[in-house]
Design a protein around this ligand. Structure first.
Ligand SMILES: *[C@@H]1O[C@H](CO)[C@@H](O)[C@H](O)[C@H]1NC(C)=O
Ligand SMILES: *[C@@H]1O[C@H](CO)[C@@H](O)[C@H](O)[C@H]1NC(C)=O
Length: 252
C-alpha cells in the first residue's frame, strides 16, 4: 500500500536559467513476501498454508494479484526491477541526479533487522546498477525505521561523500554541497520524531488516535519523545541553511 510518508527534503538551488532534470523515486515498499497467490484485500501474501488466519486468504471473489503486483499491495521484486529497467531505458537528456525519498521497505512486522537491511541492500544495488552515471541522494522514510544508521551508511557510501556519512552514521541526516554546482542537497531524518518500536509520530497526538487499536495500545506504552529537537536536527538544519545562504546557494 502506498502510504503517506513524512519526509522533508530541501532542494536548494540557484536558478541559473538552465533547465535540469532528475528522477524522483519514492515509496518502493518492497515486499519480499508478495505472492500472486495473495490478493489485494489482504497482505498480498500466500497465506494458503499458513496458520496465520489474521491475513486474508485467497478467495475466489477477490481480485487476484498479478505477477507485477496489485494496486493495493506493496511491490513485488519484478515490479521494482521493471520500473528500474524503464528508467534505465529512458535516460532523458540531462538527468543530473536521482532523489530517492525513502519507504523502500514494506511494513512487515515479522521481518528481522538483518533481513530488512538485506532488502535495502538489494534495492540499493539495483539502483546503483540502474544509475551508473548519476548521483543518487537517498533519504530515510518512515517505513525504513529500526535499522542501524551506520550500517545503512555503509550501503550508501558509494553515493554519499565522507562529510555526509559522518552525520548520517550518527543521526540519519546529511547535507551535500555540490561545489561545482549552485545547489546544495539537505536531507533530513524525520524518523527522529518517531517512536522506534511503533513507527508512530510522537509529535501529533491526533495521529496516535487514528492508528489501528494495536498501534494505539503500543503508542500508549511507548515513551513520547518530548525532546523538541531530537539529535539536534533543527539546529543543524538552521546552521546549514545559514551557511548556504552566505555562499549564495539559496534562490529567493
Ligand atoms: C537479495 O540479495 C541476496 C544476497 O545477495 C540474494 O540472495 C537475493 O536473491 C536477493 N534478492 C533479490 C530479490 O534479488
Ligand atoms: C550500529 O552498527 C555499528 C557498526 O556495525 C555498531 O558499531 C553500532 O554499535 C551499532 N549501533 C547500534 C545502536 O546498534
Amino acid at each position: 500500500m502506498i502510504r503517506d510518508y513524512i519526509i522533508l527534503l530541501s532542494w536548494l538551488c540557484t536558478v541559473s536559467g538552465k533547465e535540469g532534470y532528475f528522477w524522483h523515486i519514492s515509496d518502493i515498499h518492497y515486499d519480499p513476501s508478495y505472492s500472486i497467490q495473495g490478493n489485494g484485500n489482504g497482505r498480498c501474501w500466500n497465506t494458503k498454508n499458513s496458520a496465520d488466519i489474521g491475513h486474508t486468504r485467497l478467495n475466489d471473489k477477490m481480485p487476484s494479484a498479478g505477477i507485477y503486483g496489485h494496486y493495493n499491495c506493496d511491490s513485488s521484486w519484478l515490479l521494482i526491477e521493471s520500473a528500474a529497467k524503464v528508467m534505465k531505458a529512458n535516460p532523458a537528456d540531462g538527468i543530473e541526479f536521482v532523489l530517492w525519498t525513502g519507504d523502500a521497505l514494506s511494513r512487515h512486522e515479522s521481518i528481522t533487522e538483518e533481513y530488512r537491511l538485506q532488502y535495502l541492500k538489494n534495492i540499493t544495488d539495483l539502483l546503483s546498477h540502474t544509475f551508473t552515471g548519476q548521483f543518487v541522494f537517498p533519504v530515510l522514510g518512515h517505513e525504513d525505521i529500526g535499522l542501524n544508521y551506520s550500517q545503512i551508511a555503509n550501503l550508501w557510501s558509494n553515493w554519499l561523500p565522507d562529510e555526509a556519512l559522518v552525520t548520517f552514521r550518527e543521526n540519519g541526516y546529511y547535507t551535500i554541497e555540490q561545489r561545482s554546482k549552485n545547489y546544495q542537497i539537505i536531507s533530513l531524518n524525520t524518523n527522529l520524531w518517531l517512536a522506534a518500536n511503533t513507527g508512530i509520530d510522537n509529535r501529533m497526538p491526533s495521529q496516535r488516535a487514528v492508528g489501528s487499536s494495536a498501534s494505539v495500545t503500543l503508542a500508549a506504552a511507548s515513551p513520547v519523545i518530548s525532546d523538541a529537537d531530537p539529535a539536534n536536527q533543527w539546529h543543524w538544519f538552521g546552521s546549514t541553511l545559514n551557511k548556504a545562504r552566505k555562499k549564495g546557494k539559496i534562490s529567493r
